[in-house]
Design a protein around this ligand. Structure first.
Ligand SMILES: Nc1nc2c(ncn2[C@@H]2O[C@H](COP(=O)(O)OP(=O)(O)OP(=O)(O)O)[C@@H](O)[C@H]2O)c(=O)[nH]1
Ligand SMILES: [Mg+2]
Length: 247
């Protein structure tokens, strides 16, 4: 079983990307399953094979325990943890060789809490991978790019999984913006030299780059389908051990 987790900031397009990649893989003749781990999702652009909302809904938890929107998601994800073995069994029963796993929108409630890392560990098989999804509109600015790299690195520290960095919504940014981002990754000095970076920002970014934290991004559009073939290729490289993703 090959499990691919989609992690990223709220609204970056995780669910849309899961739907688009599922379609792409399905059209290419692959047998793929989808797991939804987001107990707060109101609408999903795909039909999951396994859906945590069948048992745990953040909305119900909110009403029952009189919690706020974030506390109810935290509580709901903690409840999903109790169900982890059953979800794992269901994945086995469905029997798909590849699973795409969608995760809660509020990344910090999932990635920066013990329950998220535990779930990823529980639902991972020998081959598993994190696709870190960021939003191109955000990543195209210097500050947005810098924090995207820091968040992607945080997710690697939390999950300790090989990771592919996807910049989604590439249809919304210009070719120049793509070139800028590519240059910042290939030559981090072009970023460090930006005048409005403070000394501490520059030093942090230098350390992240030196640690290999500037992953080469894949520009993808879940809307137009751009880059889905490259995403599949990267996933396959990881699966077959043709190492192209980094831990
Ligand atoms: N233009 C464009 N819009 C996109 C793309 N991918 C997603 N969107 C839009 O971005 C919005 C958020 O998409 P979702 O897939 O719900 O994002 P998400 O990360 O799952 O959101 P949460 O789970 O709520 O955090 C929706 O309006 C999507 O239609 C893309 O590649 N291009
Ligand atoms: Mg979503």
């Amino acid at each position: 079983m090959y499990t691919v987790f989609f992690i990223g900031t709220a609204g970056s397009g995780k669910s849309t990307l899961v739907a688009a990649l599922y379609q792409w893989l399905d059209n290419s003749g692959f047998d793929v399953g989808i797991v939804n781990l987001d107990p707060a999702a109101e609408y999903l652009p795909y039909t999951p094979d396994i859906d945590v909302r069948d048992r745990i809904s953040a909305r119900k938890v909110m009403k029952q325990y009189r919690l706020g929107p974030n506390a109810s998601i935290i509580a709901a994800v903690d409840m999903v943890v109790v169900d982890a073995d059953r979800i794992r069994e269901e994945m086995g029963a469905v029997g798909a060789p590849i699973y795409l796993v969608d995760t809660p929108g509020q990344m910090e409630l999932f990635a920066f809490r013990q329950s998220g890392a535990y779930l990823i560990q529980k639902l991972s098989d020998v081959h598993s991978l994190v696709v870190y999804v960021s939003d191109a509109l955000y990543a195209q600015t210097v500050d947005g790019f810098a924090t995207t790299m820091l968040l992607a690195l945080s997710s690697r520290i939390r999950f300790k999984k090989p990771q592919i960095l996807v910049i989604n919504k590439a249809d919304l940014i210009s070719e120049d913006a793509v070139i800028n981002i590519t240059n910042w990754v290939e030559d981090p000095h072009s970023l460090f030299d930006v005048a409005n970076l403070s000394t501490y920002e520059r030093e942090i970014l230098r350390a992240v780059a030196a640690a290999g934290g500037f992953l080469e991004p894949l520009f993808v559009s879940a809307k137009t389908g751009e880059g889905l073939d490259k995403l599949y290729y990267k996933m396959q490289l990881h699966y077959t051990g043709g190492e192209d993703t980094q831990l």
